[in-house]
Design a binder for this molecule. Structure first.
Ligand code: UFG
Length: 323
């Protein structure tokens, strides 16, 4: 298959590029490097360009006959989306519309889309299955929710076939430590915990200890980056073999609190993590856990690295190696 990876220089995109490349597919990364890193693209071709540049998109699609697109290009920080919604509507919706236009103009109608647990808003129940009501509470989640609605309309009007994967908390690194989680600035829990363990951060701030959860800190469902990418491979196979449009929740189905993550990290690193307790971070739901039984049942997806300890071990190997 010849696959376009929009946002292939980012955290998830770069692992995806490497996995598809190792499976023998022809991969083209299109990324403006606003949040990604050129040296994270370890296979295939790289084209630097932005989804806001229609001319660049046209030449990309003129030069390649893509079988499918995997769309990771977008802004991802919930807090920032509340402070600067225009950036999110620009990048995640206007940019996506340009990508979809280029696909339509070039007869490419298969796409795997990075969606998020944030489309569900404050959960009414956990674990969250696909029929849980969708009601995003921040602009980031809203842009992903709107894109899912666009995909539904594009399916009926233009024959677009899509798989939207709603990620819970992507985490970890490639087991050989060649790639890992890299954001600038970093806001995610596991990399920050590990940096505190390394002494690069004076302390990890725990955002809120008064949630309605067993130990008062937020509960999340951490899924290994390679398990997440493996689900995309299944989604591509489904679309290429003529499958219909689908949406799946993607997580391990097990929640861990912030305090539990810190405890497991201390065990993995053999170091203590200095911690300070702060107020709640705006927009954080108390608990987000996936019910991923649908993707398991439909496609036989099974996490290979379902243990939090393994996820953190791989993240730690990457943190230690990268400097
Ligand atoms: N946390 C801390 N201290 C930190 C960083 C995070 O206590 O320094 C806590 C957060 O409050 C949260 C948990 O750790 O309770 C996980 O936070 P992350 O920032 O790692 O991840 P989120 O759950 O906020 O975000 C993830 C994705 C988003 C997505 C969201 C909802 O990164 O893209 O899940 O699906 F929108």
């Amino acid at each position: 298959m010849r696959i376009l990876i929009a946002g292939g220089a980012g955290y998830i995109g770069s692992h995806m590029v490497r996995m598809l490349d190792s499976l023998g597919h022809q991969v083209v990364t299109f990324d403006d490097l606003s949040a990604g890193f050129r040296d994270a693209v370890l296979g295939g071709e790289f084209v630097q360009g932005s989804l806001h540049d229609k001319v660049a998109l046209k030449s990309l699609f003129d030069a390649n006959q893509f079988d499918a697109v995997v769309h990771f290009a977008g802004s991802i920080a919930v807090g920032e989306s509340v402070r600067d919604p225009a950036k999110y509507y620009q990048n995640n919706l206007a940019g996506t519309l340009n990508l979809f236009d280029a696909m339509r103009e070039h007869g490419v109608n298969k796409i795997v889309f990075s969606s998020t647990a944030a489309i569900f808003g404050n959960p009414q129940y956990v674990p969250i299955d696909e029929v849980h009501p969708q009601s995003p509470i921040n602009p980031y989640g809203m842009t992903k929710w709107i894109t899912e609605q666009m995909l539904r309309d594009y399916d009926s009007a233009y024959g677009f076939r899509s798989v939207a994967l709603r990620y819970f908390n992507a985490a970890g690194a490639s087991p050989d430590a060649a790639l890992g989680e890299r954001h600038d600035p970093e806001t995610h829990l596991i990399p920050l915990v590990l940096r505190a363990a390394k002494g690069e951060l004076p302390a990890l701030t725990v955002f809120g200890t008064d949630y309605d959860t067993p130990d008062g800190t937020c509960v999340r469902d951490y899924i290994h980056i390679e398990d997440l990418c493996a689900a995309h491979v299944l989604a591509l196979q489904h679309l290429i073999s003529g499958g219909d449009s689908r949406a799946y929740n993607l997580g391990n189905g097990q929640g861990y609190s912030v305090k539990q993550v810190i405890e497991v990290a201390e065990k993995v690193c053999g170091k203590s993590v200095p911690v300070q307790y702060g107020p709640r971070r705006a927009g954080d739901p108390p608990s987000l856990v996936a019910d991923a039984s649908k993707i398991r049942k439909d496609w036989g997806w099974e996490p290979k690295y379902g243990e939090l300890e393994t996820i953190i071990k791989h993240a730690w190997q990457w943190e230690v190696r990268k400097r």
